[in-house]
Design a protein around this ligand. Structure first.
Ligand SMILES: Cc1ncc(COP(=O)(O)O)c(C=O)c1O
Length: 394
């Protein structure tokens, strides 16, 4: 397996000339191919009309289903194109019916929006949320998950890579337990799709949500849902329209038999085309290679940061991903972000309310999040560390 040609990849990423971008877990820099495909479609819309442009570009926009299916190893009928990962996740979650006493199992690192939906569901239905403990590495404890299984468990819903750190939860082991016990499994892969190889057959999840703008390097306002065909019939979407369902008689309708039952008629065609190009770009590079490079860079990043005395690293887990989190003694995270931003270095901040169970248990109200992608370099990491060191003297 040859390695990635980083120089070429950077030359295809105009943003690399302007910024040191360590906010890939927020939104990565897109490759030129993505931006150009979208500009082209916007121009076509302006020149011949939106509906007419959609018709003319239908082959390009439809590719998203085949490409997303190839990316995660499923069938195109199992993919719904939606606006973002939250909408994908919500469409899956709210399509399930919970009764009083039904249990939803999740993990300590769960993302805020997902946990809010559990709370919302618990409030309205009387369902109960069960949180699996962490193991000694800070990952979801598979033994504790097994202990929590009983015939009231309706759903296991966890986050693969959380927003707030380098942790990678053991998604496949969870899938085995879900399958053995015939329990539905919803996996949030917002931060892992595009960062590492994802195979829904190996993982064994029934649903998966993904977003376009993060590790896939696609456009904002795009995402997709995977819903396995075995469970589609059990899914009653929370709302429907004339695309997700057909009005067959005055008093009746039938739901679309594919995952399109989770879509709406009106769609961001430009985004659909751009996301397809982004997935194609990732597939051509190879997800194994991308993952290898991201792990190499983030290990190097953690090692460099660990040599700065005022820095405390906070990433959990056994095999860590591209999200590097830290605090800096005596400095507020907002100050650090601003200081770096003035030097054209982008990072983001994770606040307690983004992942309350995890961050409050670790007494971490806020973290700096520096997330690497394959197009980042060791030189950029050195520049980052020099900037952090120079902040020590301010
Ligand atoms: C783990 C995780 N899940 C879900 C989301 C929400 O994704 P989106 O903003 O595309 O809805 C995020 C966003 O940061 C995330 O990190």
């Amino acid at each position: 397996m040859g390695s990635l040609n980083i120089e070429k990849l950077r030359s295809e990423t105009p943003g690399c000339k302007n910024v040191v971008h360590f906010n890939n877990a927020g939104a990565a820099l897109p490759p030129l191919a993505v931006t150009n495909s979208m500009k082209e479609h916007l121009e076509l819309e302006a020149s011949i009309g939106g509906y007419e442009a959609a018709q003319a570009a239908v082959d390009k926009s439809e590719k998203i289903y085949d490409l997303a299916a190839k990316l995660i190893n499923c069938d195109r009928e199992e993919i719904a194109f939606v606006e973002n990962a939250t909408r994908a996740w919500d469409m899956a979650f709210y399509s399930l019916k919970f009764n009083k006493g039904d249990r939803i199992i999740t993990a300590m690192s769960e993302y805020a929006s997902n946990y809010l939906a559990f709370l919302h569901c618990a409030k309205h239905t009387g369902a109960v949320i069960d949180v699996v403990e962490n193991d000694s590495f800070g990952q979801l404890d598979v033994g504790d998950l097994k202990n929590k299984i009983n015939d009231k468990v309706k759903l296991i819903a966890i986050t693969h890579i959380p927003t707030q750190g380098g942790l990678v939860n053991p998604a496949e082991e969870v899938g085995k337990i879900a399958k053995e016990n015939n329990i539905l499994y919803l996996l949030d892969t917002t931060q892992s799709v595009g960062q590492m190889p994802i195979d829904v057959k190996k993982i064994g999840c029934n649903f998966l949500c993904a977003t376009g703008r993060k590790y896939l390097r696609g456009p904002r306002g795009t995402g997709f849902l995977y819903a396995s065909k075995e469970i589609l019939d059990q899914c009653d979407p929370p709302f429907i329209d004339l695309h997700s369902a057909t009005w067959v008689s005055d008093n009746d309708y039938i739901l679309n038999s594919s995952a399109h039952r989770f879509e709406t008629w009106e769609q961001n065609i430009t985004g659909k085309i751009g996301l397809g190009v982004a997935i194609d770009y990732a597939l051509k590079l190879g997800l194994e290679k991308i993952w290898e490079r991201i792990q190499f860079l983030s290990d190097y990043f953690r090692q460099q940061l660990s040599e700065i005395p005022a820095i405390e690293l906070h990433d959990l887990g056994v095999n860590k991903c591209g999200i590097v989190t830290f605090t800096f003694k005596g400095k507020k995270v907002g100050e650090i972000q601003q200081y770096l931003s003035k030097r054209k270095i982008n990072v983001s901040i994770s606040l307690e309310e983004y992942a309350r169970l995890d961050l409050s248990a670790r007494h971490l109200p806020a973290l700096v999040r520096a997330s690497v992608h394959y197009y980042n370099t060791e030189e950029e990491i050195k520049t980052f560390c020099e900037a952090i060191k120079s902040m020590l003297n301010t």
